[in-house]
Design a protein around this ligand. Structure first.
Ligand code: HEM
Length: 521
């Protein structure tokens, strides 16, 4: 090769110096024009492919904006968007963060360019625990992810499957009503009550009844695990440091996850030991674990699950389901207690549809349109995932005239859009009626209202969440009248975390409102 270059050089030199002497000025001009044209073309091509990154606050070298980030991320990001516009950029260590604050740009990310943005990056702490991202929430875009999601949406969360395990949900909700009835006239911490109920609801839906299971220990482990994952990890901000696990987060996560997987493995083992016949089989046939194991045993590549996928999924569904639903229900009860006229309207609807001789059942939900509007309005003002989950573009692209680099984290500030004065009439007012007047829905591709996200990464638990939230709010309001103690000052302060919770738990006094004691059993 170098020989060839040498020959060409000699040829060029000899040609230039002898035969083409007269053409020299012409060739020089031609070369100059070519260079200018090439430079202009490169410049145009560069600016065309690489517009600037979105605007944002200046940061420091290496650590970027990290020292200035405020813990209430949803509020901090929306304050920044008032200064820098609907799309902003921050840098956290090596990580570029993009925040979207307008429905038209959210439409670009979640619909027009959904194929690029339907990707995730596994946090360092989750790599080992999810067997390299075998769960749904962290799994990068891949045929494996599509297969898993399809199985969960079409089989586990199908109407048929959810109806089949209603008996399990009903039992836990009735248990909650009985427990609250035992505290009638005294203060009840609604957050604690709902968290315990949601955990029982989720665990019995996932694997039915397991008397050997210590739910207090499970709750404690779950809280520790959530704290580990919510702690900002230097390994994610500076991947080069990941092998050192400087904060010990990865090793903690590994230990915590192996505890959960130990429990799942022993339950799977027990389940497999149950024979094909008898009442035991009948009892367990409705829970998710049974369905997941049946998918595992299918043994065909397109529609079966590996055992590690089964375990990673059980954890995914447990984490996703146990805090989102009670948080939504607690916010709903708080708003209703702050707005007695809306509470009265809901009671009237429940009296009319359910009646005071019956108990609240899921079969009434389609007729309870005001209840549906109340929950939708609550999720508008208090979305449990205010920034959705981070989307990670699988290639560099352009949004709103700015370059969005491959691998950055894109947050959609649903919280800000759902309270935007330009998008909603009187946005800070709790007004469920706005959902009666319009037909805004959770799945509408309506990018000003996104409590469950949208597109390929939309929440897979939406059908289950809708049923559980309606059953819980309906049962609490149908069974009891709720009063506040003299000292209680209700407020709507929130705190950002894995879910957007109330800063102060709701505490209220239940009074029985149904005529028969039987209705509380
Ligand atoms: C009120 C209750 C709930 C709300 C408001 C909610 C909201 C969300 C949101 C906003 C996302 C992220 C969407 C995105 O990144 O674009 C999400 C993802 C997810 N949710 Fe939910 N969720 C709820 C309940 C549940 C339940 C009950 C389950 C399952 C038992 C569940 C399972 C999941 C999973 C697995 C994902 C990840 C989906 C993916 O990455 O493909 N969620 N949810």
């Amino acid at each position: 090769m170098s020989n060839l270059y040498d020959k060409l050089a000699i040829l060029a030199y000899e040609g230039w110096s002898s035969d083409c002497h007269a053409l020299a000025p012409l060739m020089a001009t031609g070369l100059a024009i070519f260079c200018c044209a090439w430079w202009l073309w490169r410049g145009m091509k560069f600016t065309k492919i690489n517009p600037p990154l979105p605007p944002g606050p200046l940061g420091l070298p290496i650590i970027g904006n990290l020292p200035f980030i405020q813990p209430q991320l949803h509020r901090y990001f929306s304050d920044l968007s008032r200064i820098y516009g609907p799309i902003i950029k921050l840098r956290m260590g090596r990580m570029i963060v993009i925040v979207i604050n307008s429905p038209s740009l959210a439409n670009e990310v979640l619909k027009v360019q959904d194929a690029i943005f339907a990707n995730r990056d596994i946090p360092a702490a989750a790599v080992v625990g999810t067997f390299g991202g075998l769960n749904i929430a962290w799994r990068p875009k891949s045929p494996g992810y599509n297969r898993l999601r399809k199985l969960v949406v079409c089989e586990i969360m199908s109407k048929q499957s959810l109806d089949a395990c209603y008996v399990l949900r009903r039992r836990e909700v009735r248990r909650m009503v009985t427990e609250i009835h035992g505290k009638v006239g005294s203060l009840v911490n609604i957050d604690e009550q709902l968290s315990a109920t949601a955990l029982r609801l989720m665990t019995s839906t996932l694997w039915g009844d397991d008397p050997s299971q210590d739910l207090i220990e499970l709750r404690k482990r779950l809280d520790e695990f959530i704290i580990t994952f919510a702690t900002p990890n230097v390994s994610d901000l500076f991947p080069i440091l990941a092998p050192f696990d400087l904060q010990g987060i990865e090793s903690k996560a590994k230990e915590q996850l192996s505890w959960f997987y130990g429990i799942f493995e022993s339950m799977i083992k027990k389940r497999r030991n149950i024979g094909d016949d008898g009442k035991e089989k009948e009892k367990i046939s409705k829970d998710f674990m049974q369905q997941l194991l049946e998918l595992h045993q299918r043994g065909d590549d397109n529609s079966s699950l590996s055992l590690n996928e089964v375990k990673a999924l059980l954890l995914d569904l447990m984490v996703a389901g146990t805090d989102t639903i009670p948080t939504t229900v607690e916010w709903t009860m708080t708003e209703l207690l702050l707005h007695p006229d809306k509470m009265t309207k809901l009671i009237e609807e429940l009296n009319m549809v359910v009646g005071n001789q019956n108990t609240m059942e899921e079969s009434y939900i389609p007729q309870l349109v005001y209840l549906d509007a109340v929950i939708k309005e609550t999720l508008r003002l208090h979305p449990v995932a205010p920034l959705l989950l981070p989307h990670v573009p699988s290639e560099t692209t352009i949004i709103g005239g700015y370059t969005i680099p491959k691998g950055c984290r894109v947050f959609i500030n649903a919280w800000a859009m759902q309270r935007d004065l330009e998008l909603w009439d009187d946005p800070l007012r709790f007004q469920p009626e706005r959902f009666l007047a319009t037909d805004i829905n959770y799945r509408d591709n309506n990018f000003r209202y996104l409590p469950f996200g949208s597109g390929r990464r939309m929440c897979v638990g939406i059908s289950m969440a809708k049923k559980m939230a309606a059953l819980l709010v309906g049962s609490l309001v149908h069974s009891f009248e709720w009063r506040l103690s003299e000292e209680t000052k209700l407020n709507l302060e929130d705190k950002f975390g894995l879910v957007l919770k109330k800063t102060k738990s709701l505490v209220a006094i239940p009074i029985a409102r149904l005529p028969n004691l039987e209705q509380y059993k």
